[in-house]
Design a protein around this ligand. Structure first.
Ligand code: MG
Length: 370
C-alpha cells in the first residue's frame, strides 16, 4: 500500500486522579496519535504513549512527536509499504526510539487489518475474543483509600490487582492489603525504584505470596534481576528492561525473570510484541499485556494483542472511565463481563478519536501529504 497521507497528533488527556509511581506523578497523560492513509482513502489510527517526561523510559511524548515528524515520517510518506517489517526496515538506521517506531507500526497493523477486512486481533493471530483484565492502583492519598478501591475492584470481578510499590509505600502497604484480603491475587510494580542492595526488602516480600514482583531493579538491567531472582521465591516480572526481542532472549537465557510484561510501545510495535510473546511461549514463560493509560484507541489495540494465547495473566487494559472522565476516543473501552473485555469483530479496531474532542485535546498537530 502506498502511504498517501500521515497525520501526527500530540494530545493531552486529563486524569480523574493523579497517577503516582516510583518515578513520579502525572496529572495528565500525553499521548501521540498517528493516522496513516493509503491510496484508496483507507486509513488506520495508531497510538503510542510514553508519558510527558522521560521518567518511565528515555522516551517522552514531545520527543516522540518530533522524532516522528522530522525523521520517521519522511521515510514512510509516499512509499509503497508491503508489511510492518518493511516499514520498520525503512527506520532501521535510527537507534532505539521504540515508542516512536511503534506509533507508525501500530497504525500500519490497523490499516492493513482494515484493508483485509479483518479485526486486528485476527490479523495478529489471536484465536479468542475475550481477555481477562486486572485492576491497577498507583500510590494513593491513604491506605484506607487504597483498601476501598481494592474492594471495589473485587466487587467488579477483577481477578487480580496490581499495586504500585515505592519507598514509603511498601511493606506497610502490603501488610494492610494482605491482612484485609488474605487470599486475593496481587502483584507489585516497583517501576525500577530499587537496586540489588535492597535484596533483603524483596526477601521480606516473599511472605506476602504475591503473583510476581514487577521491575524491582533499574530499567534496562538484566544481570542484577537474575541475581535477585535466585535469592527470592516470588517470580520476577520484567517490564522496563525488555525493550526488544534481544532483551527477552538474554533475560530468558540468564534467568532474569519468570514472567514478562509486554507493552507494544516499549518494544517498538506489535510485530516485536508478538515475537517476544512467541519466544516466551516456547520457553514456558507466561506473559501479560501492559498498558500506559492509553485512550480507548490504544486500549483496543492492546486488547487485540492480548488475545494471543500465551497472555495468560490478566492484562493492564482498563475501561475508559477508570482513568478518564471522558475518553478521547469512541467507542470507549468497557468491561464485557466481570474482569473481562471482548475484542470487537469490526475491521481494524473499533475506537477512533472523536473529532471535536481531538481538537480540544491536541497540543500539536501536523499533516503530511505525498
Ligand atoms: Mg510496570
Amino acid at each position: 500500500m502506498k502511504i498517501e497521507r500521515i497525520d501526527l497528533y500530540w494530545v493531552k488527556l486529563p486524569l480523574i486522579y493523579p497517577w503516582r509511581t516510583a518515578y513520579g506523578e502525572d496529572w495528565d497523560i500525553h499521548s501521540a496519535l498517528v493516522r496513516l492513509e493509503a491510496e484508496e482513502g483507507l486509513y488506520g489510527w495508531g497510538e503510542t504513549t510514553p508519558l510527558y517526561a522521560p521518567t518511565y523510559s528515555p522516551e517522552h511524548t514531545p520527543g516522540v512527536f518530533y522524532t516522528l515528524r522530522d525523521h520517521f515520517v519522511p521515510r514512510i510518506l509516499g512509499q509503497e509499504i508491503s508489511s510492518e517489517s518493511d516499514l520498520l526496515d525503512r527506520l532501521a538506521v535510527f537507534k532505539g526510539n521504540q515508542f516512536a517506531k511503534a506509533g507508525l507500526e501500530v497504525a500500519w497493523w490497523v490499516l492493513d487489518a482494515k484493508r483485509q477486512g479483518l479485526p486486528l486481533h485476527r490479523a495478529l493471530g489471536g484465536k479468542r475474543d475475550r481477555v481477562p483484565v486486572g485492576a491497577d492502583y498507583g500510590v494513593q492519598d491513604s491506605l484506607d483509600m487504597l483498601l476501598a478501591k481494592i474492594q471495589g475492584a473485587i466487587d467488579q470481578g477483577y481477578a487480580r490487582v496490581k499495586l504500585k510499590f515505592r519507598p514509603g509505600w511498601d511493606l506497610n502497604m502490603l501488610d494492610a492489603v494482605r491482612s484485609t484480603f488474605p487470599n486475593f491475587t496481587f502483584h507489585i510494580d516497583c517501576n525500577s525504584g530499587y537496586t540489588l542492595r535492597d535484596a533483603d526488602l524483596f526477601k521480606r516480600v516473599d511472605r506476602y505470596r504475591l503473583a510476581m514482583i514487577e521491575q524491582p531493579l533499574q530499567a534496562g538491567d538484566l544481570v542484577d534481576h537474575a541475581e535477585l531472582q535466585k535469592m527470592i521465591e516470588t517470580p520476577v516480572c520484567l517490564d522496563e528492561s525488555i525493550r526488544s526481542l534481544h532483551d527477552a532472549q538474554v533475560a530468558l537465557r540468564i534467568g532474569s525473570c519468570r514472567v514478562v510484561n509486554i507493552k507494544m510501545g516499549r518494544v517498538g510495535g506489535l510485530g516485536v510484541a508478538k515475537a517476544i510473546h512467541d519466544l516466551c511461549a516456547e520457553h514456558g514463560v507466561p506473559c501479560w499485556v501492559g498498558g500506559m493509560l492509553e485512550s480507548a484507541l490504544g486500549g483496543s489495540i492492546c486488547l487485540a494483542l492480548a488475545t494471543l494465547e500465551n497472555f495468560t495473566y490478566p492484562a493492564d487494559i482498563f475501561p475508559s472511565r477508570y482513568f478518564y472522565r471522558q475518553d478521547l476516543c469512541a467507542p470507549e473501552t468497557v468491561l464485557s463481563g466481570p474482569g473481562e473485555m471482548t475484542a470487537s469483530p469490526a475491521p481494524g479496531v473499533p475506537s477512533e478519536p472523536v473529532p471535536e474532542l481531538l481538537e480540544q485535546r491536541t497540543v500539536q498537530h501536523v499533516s503530511f501529504r505525498a
